[in-house]
Design a protein around this ligand. Structure first.
Ligand code: ATP
Length: 340
C-alpha cells in the first residue's frame, strides 16, 4: 500500500484532483496496487483559511508519504511549489512533451522530455534595489549542474533516440552558463553511448517549432526550462496534456505544467490529462525506485487507455472533445477497468 499525499490546490485543482483519484482507483483495481490517498490543503484557499500557503501539517504529511501529487495552486504558487522543491531538494524538474494523436499536436511524432534544473538560477529570489536600479543574482553551481546533467544522461539511456541537447546562452552569460555547459560537457564524456549536442536557447525556441521531432532529452537551467516547457507542451497538444515531475534522490512530487486556470474553473471543463499523465509519471517512478512491476504495468495501462480515448475523439473541449473534467476522468477510468 503506497501512501500518496494529494495537494488539491486552487482553481481547477480540486476538479483535477478528483479526476486523478478516480484514475488511481481504477489502476489499483486493474493492477492490484494499493493507494492510500490523503487530500491536503495548500495554496490561496489554505492561505485565507490558515494564514499559511503551505501549512506545516501539509508539509509533515507530504514528508510522511511515499510520493506527492500536487494539483495547481493560484497566486501563492511560489510559496508552495518553490518552497517544496527547496525543502525536499527536488532538484530535477522533468517535463515530457509527447504528442498523442487526436490532440492537435503540431506533429504526431513528438516525444521529448525537458530536464530542468530546479533549485537555482534566477529562481533563488536574490533580488535587490540598488540606487536607481535593481539587481537579480543568477546562481549556477557545479554541484547542481552536475547532478541535473547526470539525471538527463541516465534518462536518455532509457529512451529510443538516446540524445541529450544541452540548452544555454553561454555566448552571452559566459560565466554562469559557461560553467553549466562546461560541466554538462564533462558529464557527456562519461556517457559516450549518448548523442550529445549544445544549442543556444534562442535557437532551441525556434527549433521546437521548426523540427520538434529532432529533440529527445533537453537539459537546461531553471528559467530557460520553465519557458521552453510551456512552448514544448503547446507544440505537443497544449497545456491540458502536459504533466511534470519534481524529482530528488529519494522523494518525488508530480504536478501539471500549467497553473490554476481560474478563467475556466467555474465551468468544470479543464482537461485532467495533465494530472492523469502526472499520475502515470508517479507510477513509473514508484516502479523504478521500488522495483514494483505492478506499478510499471499500471503506468502502461493508464497511458494506453488515455491515448486510445483521445485518438478516437473522446476528450475535453481544449482537445476537440465535448466532455467535462469528471466525464473524461470517468471515461479513462472505465477504459482502464475494461480494457485489454
Ligand atoms: P501560471 O502563471 O500559474 O502558469 P496562468 O493562469 O498564467 O497560470 P495557466 O493556468 O497555466 O496560466 O493556463 C493558461 C490558460 O490555459 C488557462 O487560462 C486556460 O484557459 C488554459 N488551460 C490551462 N490548463 C488547462 C487545462 N488543464 N485544461 C484546459 N485548459 C487549460
Amino acid at each position: 500500500m503506497y501512501r500518496i499525499s494529494l495537494v488539491t490546490g486552487d482553481g481547477i485543482g480540486p476538479d483535477l484532483s478528483e479526476a486523478a483519484v478516480a484514475v488511481l482507483e481504477a489502476v489499483a483495481d486493474r493492477c492490484g496496487v494499493g493507494f492510500d490517498v490523503r487530500r491536503l490543503p495548500a495554496g490561496d484557499a489554505a492561505l485565507r483559511e490558515t494564514g499559511a500557503a503551505l501549512p506545516e501539517e501539509t508539509l509533515r504529511q507530504i514528508r510522511d508519504s511515499d510520493a506527492c501529487l500536487k494539483a495547481p495552486v493560484g497566486e501563492s504558487a511560489a510559496d508552495v511549489i518553490v518552497r517544496l522543491r527547496r525543502t525536499l531538494d527536488l532538484y530535477a524538474n522533468v517535463r515530457p512533451a509527447k504528442s498523442y494523436p487526436g490532440t492537435g499536436a503540431l506533429r504526431e511524432d513528438i516525444d521529448m522530455v525537458i530536464v530542468r534544473e530546479n533549485t537555482e538560477d534566477l529562481y533563488t529570489g536574490e533580488e535587490f534595489e540598488v540606487g536607481g536600479g535593481a539587481v537579480a543574482l543568477r546562481i549556477i553551481t557545479e554541484r547542481a549542474s552536475r547532478r541535473i546533467a547526470v539525471r538527463a544522461f541516465e534518462m536518455a539511456r532509457r529512451r529510443n533516440m538516446m540524445k541529450v541537447t544541452c540548452v544555454h546562452k553561454s555566448n552571452v552569460m559566459r560565466v554562469t552558463d559557461g560553467l553549466f555547459s562546461r560541466v554538462c560537457g564533462q558529464v557527456a564524456s562519461e556517457y559516450p553511448d549518448i548523442i550529445y549536442e549544445n544549442m543556444y536557447v534562442d535557437a532551441c525556441a525556434m527549433n521546437l517549432i521548426r523540427q520538434p521531432e529532432q529533440f529527445d532529452v533537453i537539459l537546461t537551467t531553471n528559467l530557460f526550462g520553465d519557458i521552453l516547457s510551456d512552448e514544448s507542451s503547446q507544440v505537443a497538444g497544449g497545456l491540458g496534456m502536459a504533466p511534470a515531475a519534481n524529482i530528488g534522490d529519494d522523494f518525488a512530487l508530480f504536478e501539471p505544467v500549467h497553473g490554476a486556470a481560474f478563467d475556466i474553473a467555474p465551468r468544470h471543463i479543464a482537461n485532467p490529462s495533465s494530472f492523469i499523465l502526472s499520475v502515470r509519471m508517479m507510477l513509473e517512478w514508484l516502479a523504478s525506485t521500488r522495483g514494483d512491476s505492478s506499478c510499471a504495468e499500471a503506468a502502461v495501462v493508464l497511458e494506453s487507455a488515455l491515448a486510445g480515448l483521445v485518438a478516437s475523439g473522446v476528450g475535453t473541449r481544449d482537445i476537440g472533445g465535448d466532455l467535462d473534467t469528471a466525464g473524461f476522468a470517468g471515461a479513462v477510468s472505465s477504459k482502464i477497468r475494461s480494457g485489454p
